[in-house]
Ligand binder design. Structure first.
Ligand code: FAD
Length: 752
């Protein structure tokens, strides 16, 4: 037993820590920043004021992390974030394909806890900052659970708190609300009627029970449901993220009035549930109860800090490629009315760009201070651009960029501004890609130190054999095929049948911008007269002047069906001119006013297991999986498949990287396929399988005749191998033992 005598006063203990990088805020942005820097060898402290990591993606708020794949509802193909954000999505798919938010917490906590060099302070809030001149030198934080103050000093800082606590306290320049349209020429800039800021939301989960459940609303519940103009959209089955539009507070101060907003959201939530349970409109809700309600609101928008570049609408819509592009986004510009759930406007106004856009390093640090990186939703972006860049996988990607940028600044004693200069930023772009981060329209220089590469075989496509299944051509459908510069698209033979004689029209379409998958040009047209079931050939006889994907598009044709195959070659897919109601209103993007956006058709894939592929025969072999792809530094399908794939009858696929002289190798990063088109939303939605079919699940790496790594049960596209004692070898050999069911596909082996 301990007895403590009376005293005049007491203070809580102070613990001092020092780090190379201090990250405030443990949402996906902050976590990825901390992991990246720690993996690069920096001493990192990550400070998070909540008991779990993930911010809005955590079980405390329960939003599904989205990014450039946009629920697979726009034209961004193979756009899932790579690097650490990709690793998180893949790990969550593997452990938690059902989308349980508590399991997602566990994935994040496990990653942080097992990372050497990373000190994690949970339940700890940053509340003060020390500054000398234009540098932050330290910060203070407090954990009320262990009653401990922390004094954390360091050389570099990263604000990932969402609200920008660090930048605010350090006096950095910031903005709130929307820019006027004429400031940056942004036609989507909202007027006062729509409002200038997005609000908070609170979600709830419901569950079915064995018997009737009574619900007595609290005194503060909304009692007139008609106060919500869209109340007729409520159903008893809506859950979690489906309720994103229970939003409010955009006209208030979203930092200082956050508690007021939360109470109003609780009022709304309980009013909605009262309506569902007690109005009599939903008899099926009798045997239902609430399983969970958010106790803290999800915050969308507050402070945005100012860097050397303010990302704006035109950067996104025109898909500008900045000289210092270090990351990318692909969510629509998604603005919400400030009155939220009480607004008579739609819950959101979304406009997509024709493909992914890049984000410059100059938007990822404060121009007011010499050592403050910005990441997550507070980066240097206009209100309109924030409307797209704010989604969490984009934030996670930006986190990794900042973590790796901090490494280079640390090693070379640079400020972020200096690193962003045209002659220096290339080093960061290369470092990011060598670590497995994809940057659109860029490539890794010489991934394998000028090695010669050879493979046991290469897949050459002659035929995708029919499986016996048929698919009616009831809507416009296209096959995405790669064509190389100077080559002619092979004649394509399909198996078709029709109830009555019909003429089927096929169109060959292409995108104007390299790497886009929005068809804007018509290259050729062809018609097939279908009478009986049989094989029909379409030969566009069209030669490509550049490496690119083309769309072989079938018009809808009443009564006509096409034979399908079970083959699903990497980098070839079927898309449909269709609609994903989560992110669009029509099969074509149309603007109901002059918003400075493009009009174009959406061509969308289907999610596994509902994706299909027509059976076909190629007039000449389609050679798009050569081993030379392993050396082009392109890390996923873009203008070509960029993958090496072995022949289907190769039972022991092997690739060799050889050098004339022995190489000293300290790390190998294998980048292989785990279907970068598959949006792996983190919670609620659920997914078909824990790993995608092409993923290599079992492989061996040899350095000359020494086995240096054998990995079983792999489920990642990015596999890092570091060697404490560097290897000395003339040859690295990859032996593929097993995949998750389909042919493997490898993009690169990065040798360091
Ligand atoms: C209701 C809603 C719906 C949304 N829908 C989606 C969606 O479907 N998909 C999607 O991807 N995005 C969605 N977004 C956007 C997205 O959630 C945010 O933009 C994103 O969470 C920003 O990530 P972040 O890491 O910057 O911030 P956050 O996720 O907010 O994480 C910041 C963390 O920092 C912590 N913190 C704050 N202050 C301090 C401090 N003083 N000290 C220490 N820690 C601190 C916070 O507690 C928090 O955990 C939505 C947002 C909201 C609110």
């Amino acid at each position: 037993m301990k007895i403590f005598s009376q005293t005049d006063s007491r203070t809580f203990p102070v613990q001092s820590l020092t780090a190379d990088l201090i990250v405030a805020g443990g949402g996906l942005a902050g976590l990825c920043a901390a992991l990246a820097a720690a993996r690069d060898g920096l001493a990192v402290v990550l400070i998070q004021d909540r008991p779990v990591l993930g911010g809005n993606a955590s079980s405390e708020v329960r939003l599904w992390a989205n990014g450039a794949t946009s629920h697979m509802g726009n034209n961004n193909r193979w756009a899932r974030e790579g690097g650490i954000m990709g690793e998180i999505l893949e790990e969550n798919l593997w452990r938690n394909k059902e989308g349980n938010p508590v399991m997602f917490d566990l994935v994040l906590l496990d990653l942080a806890k097992s990372q050497p060099g990373l000190t994690l302070l949970l339940n700890t809030a940053v509340y003060a900052v020390d500054r000398e001149g234009s540098r932050i030198t330290g910060l203070q934080a407090f954990n009320p659970i262990n009653e401990t103050f922390y004094q954390v000093s360091g050389t570099q800082f990263c604000d990932a708190t969402g609200d920008g606590v660090l930048g605010y306290l350090a006096g950095a320049e910031f903005r709130e609300g929307a820019e006027a349209a004429d400031e940056l020429g942004e036609k989507m800039a909202p007027g006062d009627n729509f409002g200038h800021k997005l609000g908070h939301s609170i979600y709830f989960y419901t569950k079915r029970t064995d018997g009737p459940v009574n619900f007595v609303p609290p005194s503060f519940a909304l009692d007139d449901i008609t106060a919500i103009p869209r109340y007729k959209r409520l159903t008893s089955t809506l859950n979690g993220c489906d309720l994103w539009w229970l939003e409010w507070g955009g006209r208030l101060d979203t930092v200082y009035e956050s508690e007021t907003i939360k109470w109003e959201l609780w009022r709304i939530v309980w009013g909605v549930w009262d309506y569902i349970k007690n109005s009599g409109e939903f008899p099926e809700a009798e045997n239902m109860t609430i399983e969970w309600v958010g106790a803290i609101p999800g915050k969308r928008e507050s402070r945005r800090f100012v860097g050397d570049h303010l990302l704006c609408q035109q950067d996104i819509i025109e898909q500008r490629d900045h000289y210092d592009a270090v990351a990318y986004g692909g969510w629509s510009i998604d603005l919400h009315p400030a009155d939220g759930v009480y607004s008579t406007h739609d819950g959101c106004r979304q406009f997509h760009s024709k493909g992914t856009y890049t984000i410059p390093l100059r938007s990822l640090y404060s121009r007011s201070l010499d050592n403050l990186f910005l990441t997550g939703r507070l980066i240097s972006a206009s209100h309109v651009a924030f409307g797209s860049a704010r989604v969490m996988c984009t934030c996670g990607l930006l986190g990794e960029v900042v973590g790796r940028a901090a490494t280079l600044c640390h090693r070379q004693t640079l400020t972020p501004h200096e690193l962003a200069s045209p002659d220096r930023v290339g080093a960061l772009q290369q470092h990011l890609q060598a670590s497995g981060c994809y940057i659109p329209r860029q490539w890794l220089d010489d991934p394998a130190r000028s090695a010669r590469v050879s493979a046991s075989s290469e897949l050459e496509l002659q035929e995708l054999p029919a499986s016996g299944e048929w698919y009616p051509l009831a809507e416009r459908m296209a096959i995405l095929l790669p064509v190389k510069a100077g080559e002619t698209l092979p004649a394509l033979t399909f198996r078709l049948r029709s109830d009555s004689p019909q003429t089927l029209t096929l169109t060959l379409l292409g995108s104007l911008k390299p790497g886009n998958f929005t068809p804007e040009e018509t290259h050729a047209r062809s018609q097939i007269r279908i009478a009986d079931e049989g094989e029909y050939t379409c030969d566009f006889n069209w030669r490509s002047d550049r490496d690119q994907y083309v769309f072989v598009a079938f018009d809808a044709c009443e009564g006509v069906s096409i034979a399908l195959t079970r083959s699903a070659p990497v980098g070839i897919m079927t898309v449909f001119n269709s609609l994903n109601a989560r992110v669009a209103k029509h099969t074509r993007q149309q603007a109901d006013g002059d918003y400075g956006v493009d009009e174009f058709d959406f061509w969308l894939p289907r999610r596994h297991p509902n994706q299909i592929m027509p059976a076909m025969r190629f007039g000449t072999l389609l050679r798009c999986y050569g081993a030379e792809n392993l050396l082009n530094g392109r890390l996923r399908p873009e203008q070509q498949t960029n993958a090496w794939v072995p022949a289907a009858d190769d039972t022991a696929p092997v690739v060799r990287w050889r050098w004339p002289e022995p190489q000293r190798i300290s790390a190998l990063t294998l980048l292989q396929d785990n279907d970068f088109d598959n949006a792996m939303e983190t919670v609620q939605m659920g997914h078909h399988a824990p790993v995608t079919p092409h993923c290599i699940t079992h492989y061996r790496l040899w350095a000359d005749d020494t086995l240096v790594a054998e990995v079983t049960h792999n489920h990642h596209s990015l596999c890092h191998h570091r060697f404490d004692t560097p290897l000395n070898a003339r040859e690295i050999r990859l032996e593929i033992v097993a995949t998750a069911g389909a042919l493997p596909a490898v993009y690169s082996l990065n040798v360091r």
